[in-house]
Ligand binder design. Structure first.
Ligand code: F6P
Length: 368
């Protein structure tokens, strides 16, 4: 294995609180080993679209000073993108039609040209699948599991999730008082793509009456019945938490946009559910979409610590000669799992998990 002199770091996909903490930990741990650190801007764009950046500035030298004081900051100092997956990069053919092109060989040439010996790829399933392809093409890669959705397999948790759940829970708390004051049904939509982790954890913690998640297709009539019973019992308001990727039984996802080179954009479910329930039950219903608020702000203490631990572990992995692995939380420790195992399938909420059992025992309805 060649000696490491210079590593690169990139952040891909939707941002998540904790990205800057990971970057800081990687940079300091690497500099302390005598390695240079380069940040790639906006996923892989800074590497293979470098000339489009002002002053050709797609790569940033990451010094101790550049990562000073960023642990608590949301966002990412490197920028990120969830458009233009380089394996399915949208381009126009001579006839003007949008086609998807695999540009991974250009990326590999970029790493060689800049004499980068290894990459720490911080991302969710999409970004880590790209990193896995680069690893198969010969790049030394360590992945760090990021996403507010918590849908990456082989790690107990991804960083960013705890911050998203904490904020969603706070919002549910706030909705309780206004729902009760107006005797309304409040339907709150949270992100999470095709997994219900955020909705489930925030819904249970916030004491929701109904939680709709992608793993349990819902029947609106059953949700209506649960509301009727609650109102008849004298509790004349209700909180419903819906995951953006939940579906009615036999129905499909609520998609608001579809574009080449990127994942479908989900949305619109809370509004639809609120309207349908108002019609069905006669109870006044309002909807709130928390959306990108869940991705913003400072990481919680839990997310800061796990991000710093993941970042330091990624550099330790490289120093130990690991390659093609993702650092993963396996309490009480952090371990390494092959990238191809981590990205092989989505981690969805297991139907028999303790949190779902708890919710059912507390009388919460999943619409099934
Ligand atoms: O994967 C993170 C996430 O925030 C999902 O929960 C959500 O569906 C998606 O990204 C939104 O992406 P965008 O920022 O492109 O709207």
């Amino acid at each position: 294995m060649t000696e490491i002199r210079r590593i690169a770091i990139n952040t891909g996909g939707g941002d998540a609180p904790g990205l800057n903490a990971v970057i800081r930990a990687v940079v300091i741990a690497a500099l302390n080993r005598g390695w240079r650190c380069t940040g790639i801007r906006d996923g892989y764009n800074g590497l293979f679209l470098g000339d489009t950046y002002p002053n050709g500035d797609g790569l940033i030298e990451l010094t101790r000073q550049r990562v000073s004081g960023i642990t608590h900051l949301g966002g990412t100092i490197l920028g990120t993108t969830n458009k233009g997956n380089p394996l399915r990069y949208p381009m126009r053919d001579p006839g003007g039609k949008v086609i998807e092109v695999d540009r991974s060989d250009e990326i590999m040439r970029g790493f060689r040209r800049h004499e980068i010996d290894a990459l720490v790829a911080i991302g969710g399933d999409g970004s880590l699948s790209i990193a896995e392809v680069l690893h198969r093409k010969g790049l030394r890669v360590i992945g760090v599991p990021k996403t507010i959705d918590n849908d990456l397999d082989k790690t107990v948790i991804t960083f960013g999730f705890d911050t998203a759940v904490s904020f969603a829970t706070e919002c549910i708390d706030r909705l309780h008082t206004t729902a009760e004051a107006h005797r309304r049904v409040m339907v709150v939509e949270v992100m999470g793509r095709y997994a219900g982790w955020i909705a489930l954890n925030a819904g249970v913690s916030g004491g929701a009456d109904v939680i709709l998640i992608p793993e349990i297709p819902y029947d609106l009539a059953k949700v209506g019945q649960a509301l009727q019973q609650r109102f008849e019992a004298g509790r004349q308001f209700a909180i419903i938490v819906v995951a953006e990727g939940a579906t009615p039984a036999g129905g499909t996802h609520s998609v608001v946009a579809r574009e080449a080179g990127r994942a479908d954009r989900l949305g619109g479910l809370a509004e639809a559910v609120a309207g349908q329930l108002q019609e069905l039950t006669g109870f006044e219903a309002r909807h709130v979409v928390l959306g990108h608020l869940l991705r913003g702000g400072s990481p919680t203490t839990f997310d800061r610590l796990i991000s710093l631990r993941f970042g330091a572990a990624a550099v330790r992995a490289l120093a130990e000669g690991q390659d093609g692995v993702m650092v993963a939380l396996d309490p009480p420790t952090v371990r390494y799992v092959p990238l191809n195992e981590a990205t092989a399938r989505m981690k969805r909420v297991p139907l028999g998990c303790d949190t779902i059992l708890t919710a059912r025992e507390l009388g919460m309805c999943f619409g099934d």
